[in-house]
Design a protein around this ligand. Structure first.
Ligand SMILES: Cc1cc2nc3c(=O)[nH]c(=O)nc-3n(C[C@H](O)[C@H](O)[C@H](O)COP(=O)(O)O)c2cc1C
Length: 175
């Protein structure tokens, strides 16, 4: 799909299910491709991505005490050890870059999922209280959960949400 159209069609797709014909391997390959090509501050690549399929997807959402249908969930983390090693800047800058790196990755993943006809949403359950998720999947203490992105086949498309006119948010200076 053409990029602008992809951006225009992206929605928060809450009504999804597990009826996906693509293989898990194809989806995982796509996720790896996005990971490998997303820009990061200092090229630090300090994020970690947990991809949960099958029972693992349900294990996560049961623990978060949420009903969450879908084919799988991508859980985004920042690895604070990697940030210390590979992001040589002040703690406040590390915090900014950590969040921007994750946001860039999340949006690329969201569009890439849409591009293969899967719907997704972005969630922030248990942020700052993520030991539960680390314990559940035996993850390192340095992994800080940033967001969850469940995905699957779109059952009912989400209507386009209202946007304020773009001219309110853009200033163009030109000769
Ligand atoms: C940084 C960010 C955080 C978000 N967090 C949540 C969230 O925690 N839960 C949720 O249901 N949606 C979340 N969303 C989705 C937004 O509410 C949604 O993108 C917005 O209302 C516009 O709707 P659309 O995605 O259908 O265009 C988040 C989106 C962004 C970009």
């Amino acid at each position: 799909m053409e990029f602008t159209q992809l951006v225009q069609l992206r929605r928060s797709d809450y009504d999804i299910d597990d009826q996906v014909t693509l293989s898990k391997n194809e989806i995982t390959q796509m996720i790896e491709d996005i990971i490998s090509n997303s820009p990061t501050a200092y090229n630090a690549q300090s994020f970690q991505v947990l991809v949960l399929y099958d029972e693992h997807h349900h294990t996560l959402w049961d623990a978060l005490e949420r009903e969450q249908p879908g084919f799988g969930t991508i859980v985004l983390f920042a690895d604070n050890d990697a940030i210390e090693e590979r992001m040589p800047t002040t703690p406040d800058r590390q915090e900014i870059y950590k969040n921007q790196d994750s946001a860039i990755l999340a949006y690329a993943l969201w569009l890439a999922l849409n591009n293969i006809n899967l719907g997704a949403t972005l969630h922030h359950f248990n942020i700052g209280d993520d030991h539960l998720v680390r314990d559940l999947f035996d993850l390192p203490d340095s992994w800080e959960m940033i967001a969850q992105m469940p995905f699957g086949r779109v059952v009912k498309p989400t209507p386009k949400s209202e946007r304020l006119p773009a001219h309110q948010f853009i200033t163009v200076l030109e000769d």
